[in-house]
Design a protein around this ligand. Structure first.
Ligand code: GLU
Ligand code: ZN
Length: 480
């Protein structure tokens, strides 16, 4: 199996679903998972995107057996480093006449199409049977040739692992360029050559590449590969956006890097993406990568398009967050607190202890790590940085009786002997609910806003306990 992205930007939902299914298939069957960077399009590929792709796979737990960084028997695994291999194959294809030089410019191809009155754009096989003297004449005129595969007559037939029998009439596939006139090899050549040389036996990839398959098969045939040795292809149905169109930037697709920044767990992302076109034999919706690998079978891949639903992803993320061991949750939270400038890198001992103590207050209450970090922000802000959410302030603190409530709360808190949640709660209830006769919502609302800065916070008494008496009283005074 292999995952072979083109490193032209951040990896997206569709890419990673493909990577995940290949990974799980390889892991399930004891196969080899190869990671290859298809950067033949030099103008759109970047080193940053290559590094980011590796980083994203690693973060998600999709480890590769061969590929960048780990090497392997068929290295290098970056196509831009394999130019000599493609040049050798191109020469071989030309020698056996499986491919031929084409001198046409795109403008000439288009001009001929208009003259011939053909509706569909594309090549008309003009140079398929140039005579040697014509080739020589073009050369003498200083024109450089691209190399085109000679698409054989007949049909291309294969059994797709997901779609079943697929047949292409080769007439519908014009002779295609494998090496540009500037000597640059193109994707269709590189992908076919590498899948053969790297001994790839199975390929799962997006349906958008289905039309590339007969072209690749023409290259295998020209290289003398026995049809029984072609990789087996499975084309995954599209992932659709909320508008039922293919998921794209336009209808809401964002990169995996974005989800990472927004506080999604890798466990949740792979779990949710697995559900886009696949299901557990027992239809369970929550599982780990290891559980997926243990049961993955291409027979359970759905042939219908899947719908990407970010709400569902977020719900799974919340479940995965709640399922984390508390220490692990606290550990992951640190990165987000650091990102928000709330905790030093590395955290001080006091900060680390505070995160550990505060994490349980939010673990049940968030669906993203970013939310958890922002709910805990008030514990880490000093007086100079602490601020009141303007909306909460306007709504809660400007209530007529808010100052009286805050004053009474302050007086009660001064008397608390053991500064723990239970003692704090008892003192506040007695002063505000019993003595002032306030409903709890009106009693604790102003206090919550004054001390945490927000109308939404972790449990109040535990929050005050962690914040400490001094800071609590200082914030009450400031609010007053
Ligand atoms: N590099 C191709 C792409 O990212 C995928 C090639 C393949 O999976 O065969 O679109
Ligand atoms: Zn031509």
């Amino acid at each position: 199996m292999r995952f072979a992205p083109s490193p032209t930007g951040d990896l997206h939902v569709g890419n990673i679903r493909t990577a995940l299914f290949n990974w799980a298939y390889a892991r399930h069957g004891g196969g080899t998972f190869v990671f290859r960077l298809e950067d033949t399009d030099r103008s759109r590929s970047t080193d940053e995107a290559c590094a980011a792709a590796a980083d994203t796979l690693r973060w998600l737990g999709l480890d590769w057996d061969e590929g960048p960084e780990v090497g392997g028997e068929y290295a290098p695994y970056r196509q831009s480093e394999r130019a000599a291999i493609y040049a050798g194959v191109a020469a071989q294809l030309q020698e056996t006449a499986a491919a031929y030089p084409c001198f046409c410019t795109p403008e000439e191809v288009e001009a001929r199409r208009i003259v011939a009155g053909r509706a569909t754009p594309g090549y008309d096989n003009h140079c398929r049977s140039l005579l040697p003297e014509q080739v020589a004449a073009y050369g003498a005129a200083g024109r450089r040739a691209a190399l085109r595969m000679r698409m054989p007559a007949g049909e291309t037939r294969f059994r797709d692992l997901i779609r079943g029998e697929v047949v292409f009439d080769n007439v519908t596939i014009p002779d295609f360029v494998v090496v540009r006139a500037d000597g640059h090899p193109l994707y269709t050549l590189a992908v076919a050559v590498d899948d053969v040389l790297m001994q790839i036996t199975h390929v799962l990839r997006g349906e958008d590449l289905l039309s590339s398959t007969p072209r690749q098969m023409a290259v295998y045939a020209a290289l003398g590969v026995h049809p029984g040795d072609y990789p087996q292809f499975g084309h995954l149905p599209f992932v659709m956006g909320h508008d039922n169109q293919k998921l794209s930037k336009r209808n809401g697709e964002v990169s995996i890097a974005w989800y990472r920044r927004e506080g999604f767990l890798p466990e949740a992302i792979v779990n949710y993406l697995a559900l886009l076109g696949w299901s557990m034999p027992d239809e369970r919706e929550m599982f780990t990568l290891a559980e997926m690998a243990a049961t993955f079978d291409v027979d359970r891949v759905n042939r219908n398009p899947a719908r990407f639903d970010v709400k569902k992803l977020e719900a799974i993320n919340g479940d995965k967050i709640r399922a984390l061991p508390p220490a692990d949750f606290a550990y992951r939270l640190v990165e987000f607190l650091q990102g928000a400038g709330l905790v030093a890198t590395p955290p001080t001992a006091a900060e680390a202890e505070l995160v550990r103590a505060a994490a349980p207050l939010v673990q049940e209450r968030c669906s993203r790590l970013t939310q958890a970090a922002s709910m805990l922000g008030f514990l880490f802000l000093d007086d100079a940085h602490f601020y009141l959410d303007p909306q909460a302030r306007a709504k809660v603190l400007s209530a007529e009786d808010a100052p009286a409530v805050l004053r009474a709360a302050g007086a009660a808190l001064v008397t608390v002997e053991d500064w723990q949640a239970a003692g704090i709660e008892a003192a506040l209830r007695s002063a505000l609910v019993v003595e002032l006769g306030l409903k709890p919502r009106f009693a604790f609302g102003p206090l919550r806003v004054a001390v945490t800065g927000s109308a939404v916070s972790p449990p109040l008494f535990e929050s005050l306990a962690l914040l400490g008496r001094e800071a609590t009283l200082a914030r009450l005074r400031a609010a007053l």
